[in-house]
Write a protein that binds this ligand. Sequence first.
Ligand SMILES: N[C@@H](CCC(=O)N[C@@H](CS)C(=O)NCC(=O)O)C(=O)O
Length: 209
Amino acid sequence: MRLFDFTRAPNPRRVRVFLAEKGLEIPRVPVNLYRHEQLSPEFLAINPGGTVPVLELDDGTRLTECLAICRYLEYLHPEPRLFGNSPRQEALTLMWAGIVDHEGLAAAAEALRNLSPGFRDHALPGPAPSPQIPALVERGMVRMDAFFDRIERQLTASAYVAGDTYTYADISLLVTVDFAGWVDVIPMNTRPALARWYQRASSRPTSAA
Ligand SMILES: N[C@@H](CCC(=O)N[C@@H](CS)C(=O)NCC(=O)O)C(=O)O
């Protein structure tokens, strides 16, 4: 197996934190997004979507989504459990992972990619040019606010995002909170339950991965 990775990007960090929690090492192939290596013909042949991470299996299968990569690795290395211990816990982990992805990480990406000069004509990933739409910066901010309010309610009722134990959904939330900082959103400042959770999640040694 090998993992196509870029150490500065949030999505590959989800896989790196997951690997660190499992105590696993996988050979890494760096893909420098700052130099647009993800848009080279060589990399597009590996992932036509032009994104990292990609986990390439020994038989040549390529997994291009964090969730698929991490769930696959959990099958190979079940302990420690990061998708729960029962059908119910796994369903809740997947549910919250989806909420974090679609309402949180996507909102932060919407704000950043439509704001930062580094994403000019590249507001969406992939090889096709995509112009920035300034109004989407504000919409991304509004979506993030609603998302973090929802998370605050959840973490007021529950120690971790999907229940009593740390799961893949917490890894995604940790990465999303840090990514929100790229557009100067610090959601813990006004949300005490999220602040307590962030203190615990970010002090795990694996958070530095
Ligand atoms: N849905 C994918 C998203 C992957 C993704 O968007 N990765 C970003 C880095 S955080 C990327 O490769 N962007 C390339 C680009 O913007 O051209 C996943 O879950 O892994």
